[in-house]
Design a protein around this ligand. Structure first.
Ligand code: 9UX
Length: 72
């Protein structure tokens, strides 16, 4: 089972931030795909909720020094 979640990301100021966050997310167990957009300060992940939670995904982004919050 795979869910898609959208989230807001604060604190990204250059395109290297985007690559950095995408790399962090893609390496997380249970995350199948991650796309981050600088212009909209947002991102989307496909993840397996039996392996990783939204809170864990948000924590991984915040550990890298950004603000993050899932929509809905
Ligand atoms: Mo750009 Mo982002 O110099 O953490 S990589 S601001």
């Amino acid at each position: 089972k795979t869910l898609t979640g959208q989230f807001r990301i604060g604190g990204m100021t250059c395109s290297a931030c985007v690559s950095s966050i995408e790399g962090i997310l893609t390496k997380l167990p249970g995350v199948k795909r991650a796309v981050v957009a600088l212009t909209t300060s947002s991102g989307e992940v496909e993840y397996d909720p039996s392996v990783i939670t939204k809170d864990e995904i948000v924590c991984a982004i915040e550990d890298a020094g950004f603000d993050a919050a899932f929509l809905q």
